[in-house]
Write a protein that binds this ligand. Structure first.
Ligand SMILES: [Zn+2]
Ligand SMILES: [Zn+2]
Ligand SMILES: [Zn+2]
Length: 142
């Protein structure tokens, strides 16, 4: 497992105790660029207990290791956070791209969201932007 060092480092950084399950799930997140939904995880980890899997995801989310994405499809998807995310403060302020063809969601980590001025009467807690269209992969196999 070539990622093992990185996995242990990441877990340590976010104050998460390493377990076999957590290591496997994190490894899976590291191997993919696209956001993963729970169903996908259940299929991939068919040999694991669903409750344990769900708890692993919840822990990762609470500790600032992954963030949830609502892309307008019916499922919540998850993707790795930036290093700066903590349990109290998720700063994943990038837009997400939803491909209407393959239904995959990608984090656009290098794009920053515009700062919207909506007036002093409102307090912003989070901003979400979903961009819909055809992803680079689907475009290249057209
Ligand atoms: Zn985050
Ligand atoms: Zn696509
Ligand atoms: Zn994201």
């Amino acid at each position: 497992m070539k990622n093992i060092l990185k996995i242990e480092q990441l877990l340590k950084q976010k104050n998460i105790k390493s377990t076999a399950m957590r290591n496997m799930v994190l490894q899976y997140f590291l191997e993919t660029d696209i956001a993963i939904d729970l169903k996908n995880l259940e299929t991939h980890f068919y040999f694991s207990d669903k409750t344990t899997l769900f708890r692993t995801i919840k822990t990762f989310q609470e500790k600032g290791l992954i963030h949830a994405i609502k892309d307008g499809s019916n499922t919540t998807k998850y993707a790795l956070c930036s290093e700066q995310c903590t349990s109290d403060n998720h700063i994943d302020i990038h837009p997400h791209f939803y491909c209407e063809k393959c239904k995959q969601t990608t984090c656009l980590r290098l794009v920053s969201l515009p700062i919207l001025s909506i007036g002093n009467d409102f307090t912003i807690h989070s901003t979400e932007l979903i961009i819909k269209g055809i992803c680079n992969h689907c475009n290249s196999v057209a």
